[in-house]
Ligand binder design. Sequence first.
Ligand SMILES: [Zn+2]
Length: 647
Amino acid sequence: MLTDAQYDLLRQTAFQLDNLSVEQLENIAGLADAGGLSDAQLLEFLQVANLLYRGGQPLISDAVYDTVFLAELQRRQPRHPFLHTVEPEPAWTLKTLPLPEKMLSTEKAYSQDGIEKWLARVQKAAGELNLDFARLVFKATPKLDGYAAFDDGRVFYTRGDGSKGTDISRVFERGLSVAGNGARGQGAGEIVVSRRYFQDHLAGVFENTRNFQASIIKEKELEAHALAAIQAKAAVFFPFAQLPSWQGTAAQIRAEFDTLVTEIYGWLDYDVDGVVFEVIDASLKQALGATRHHHRWQIAFKTNALSVKVKVLGVTPQTSRSGRVNPVAELEPTQLSGALIARATAHHYGMVKNLGIGPGTLIELTRSGLVIPKIERVLKAQTPQIPERCPSCGSHLVWDSDYLYCLNKTKCPAQIEHTIEHFFRTLANVDGFGQKTIEKLHAEGIDSVYAVYQLTTTRLIAMGFGEKTAQNLIDQLQRSRSVAIEDWRFLGAFGIYRMGLGNCERLLRHYRLRDIFSLTVDDIVTIEGFAEKTAAAVVECLAQAQADFKRIFQLGFNLIPTDTSNDAPDDSPIKGKTIVFTGTMAQGSRDAMKKEAKRLGAIVSASVTGKTDFLVTGEKVGATKVVDARDKSVKVITEAQYRDLIS
Ligand SMILES: [Zn+2]
């Protein structure tokens, strides 16, 4: 029998069985006999066996593969190409495999003195080879701070432990391009993302660039933003062979060290965390060799700055979707771990006020993966710069504990525009509704997502959009409703407080979208990850958002319901069933029972409807409730019967 994993591999690689049925495949494997097979069947069997073997799910033993089937092909068709070439295999396995070349680490120096010591070692080795050190040419390149990988032209590997990596060829199948000349097979390099692109398009979605890089290679289907970044060629694989480089002598390195380093740091629009110096001469490289850890012929210079002192020029208020006004400190542009930092965020205006952040404040910034770092420490305080009015609508701002708010929910341009922007950005299935377009629409009186959906080409043209653009926008709106989209993403697009994508998905794993507006705090706290306080906020905010949600929902979107029985065991007797618990339970609490039912894949509902499968009754249940359930053809069972059912 083929296992599920073997089936999956065949499916994932879209392998076509033309000459054998699955049943035949199983029989042949079981008998380990190639005698009765036609040539085409034999070849197909070998291909399947090879594919499953490479995928880590072997069908037959290596010995049977070699001595029975491969030997049979050898006997019948000794020149068959299958015997003499390695087939290019699609990639799907998480098994580690040996890297074509060892990927060593790089030795690091944190001072020019460290570079001096390395140069001295190179000089000594050059002397032993009778090379003229003074004329020896060195190369310097930016040290990319991305996700290390190796491309042999066929398989794309993670760096793994330096000698064994994981096959991530799927990343190229997803459209990742190679920087520079675009050719595959250039060996070691890094998966990197444009800093500018990250800041403009990804900073709101990913914590930092590393986080984003990891998301590109993960097995799960690509997140829409990650896919867009790949398609825009903002995320690429950058082979070291394609890096821009400086060449010069040791004397030049010594003389121009600071300028050289600063210059090279700034060459690329990618995260760079050092400058790599290396020997070019092949004989010298060979003589220098390698330790188990690094090549002796290269060294990375890294600035030691883990933190820098920076002067604040001013604090700019930014009104967010929720009306909260966030402080952004404008800084004297400063280099920090490879990036030019010009802005930093403070947690809230309470911090600005308490720590004295304003023009002239001296702060300390610590190296982090964030594009816009957070202010953690103030070295020298100044008069805090705190706005009185909303920078967008001019309303008086109001303090709520440490936060400043603009309460002009319905008229504040920043809040309206960010809400519309958030909706389309979260749907992530249409183009055209970026910041500029939304600003323009809002200026013309479009003040809600619903209003956007009421637009017509005529109206858009009257607003000053070109005919083509107008038509495209209308097409995109149509498309946003016809393209299938997960219901949790749709819910997340409304930007309801405390309802980020993660919470939306968690909630919809347990309750259907149509039911969420009638949930109580009790219903929500039973879900893993929702504390009492969050649950209360969710109930309140869902209630506030309900009218707006329904209006847009009724426009008709192509929603994919979240699988409510995802992790439940397959043999769960209540998987996919809708259950209502009522009354006082004898063994353990009702909440615990609800949690367990959910774990077993049931949908726990608060009230009985025609869609309910079981009403589980504890003690002290009113007769009307039971009669009512029976009227709706709902099976009414006692707590004991229920426990029998699931045991
Ligand atoms: Zn405002």
